[in-house]
Design a protein around this ligand. Structure first.
Ligand code: SAH
Length: 230
């Protein structure tokens, strides 16, 4: 077994999940393609040796906040090179994952590469989240909306909640300053139809970094004026 295979298997186990050999192969092949493509087209600044921990295992910390149900529909806003959407798709074969980004080349890379690596339950979508939130085909359609490293919480929540169905939830992958970002946003979150934000702290396996996951349940419909167009 290679070091990366070991790192991935033990890290995922630490998060409470098991990977099949096929899932390991798919994820590592995705990372290999990312590394190669990244040499000619800037997709990530994270160094190659940190891909397993800072891309895959970090993305998978979101598993600890997912509802316990099959056939989830999940939208990843600002997926970039496919994080957290692609690792989540690999771990949740019965879920349908939509990878959204406003840069067409990134969407194409993430969706095509995932599919060619055997992660076939994700589709790419090229749009801005502000516009998608007003599109009846997408508004209030998703069980879960995730996002990592896209915007401050006060901006992000307005992009995320309109796309979540009532009864679904938002999972924002935030860093050490999550509390600061959350302060003062209570009335906006409530206006958007969200319940109180809850933060869960999860260690990224094999690192001394802690991910702060901000979870907001959607309790009521979002008023039609949101997301406000920028
Ligand atoms: N989630 C990835 C990428 C973060 S970089 C990761 O954590 O590695 C932020 C990404 O969000 C960029 O790819 C950018 O194109 C995209 N983005 C920023 N604003 C957006 C918006 N309003 N709608 C859709 N995508 C957006």
């Amino acid at each position: 077994m290679t070091n990366e295979e070991k790192q991935l298997l033990t890290g995922v186990r630490e998060l409470g999940y098991e990977l099949s050999p096929t899932q390991v192969a798919s994820l590592l092949s995705y990372l290999e393609h990312l590394d190669i493509t990244n040499r000619s087209f800037n997709l990530t600044r994270i160094p190659r040796e940190d891909y397993v921990s800072l891309h895959v295992l970090d993305s998978l910390t979101a598993l600890t906040c997912l509802p316990d149900s099959d056939h989830l529909s999940l939208l990843d806003i600002g997926t970039g090179a496919g994080f957290p959407g692609v690792p989540l798709a690999a771990l949740l074969p019965s879920a349908k994952i939509t990878l959204l980004d406003s840069t067409a080349k990134k969407v194409r890379f993430a969706a095509d590469t995932a599919n060619s690596c055997g992660i076939t339950n994700c589709v790419g979508l090229h749009a801005r989240a502000e516009a998608l939130g007003h599109d009846p085909k997408h508004r209030e359609r998703y069980d879960v909306v995730t996002s990592r490293a896209v915007a401050a919480f006060s901006t992000l929540i307005e992009l995320m909640l309109p796309l979540v169905r009532v009864g679904g939830r938002v999972i924002a992958l935030k860093g050490a300053r999550a509390d600061e970002e959350l302060s003062g946003t209570e009335s906006l979150v409530s206006e958007l139809g969200g319940g109180p934000a809850e933060t869960r702290i999860v260690a990224i396996p094999g690192t001394d970094i802690h991910r702060q996951l901000v979870v907001v349940e959607k309790l009521r419909k979002t008023p039609g004026k949101y997301p406000r167009r920028k």
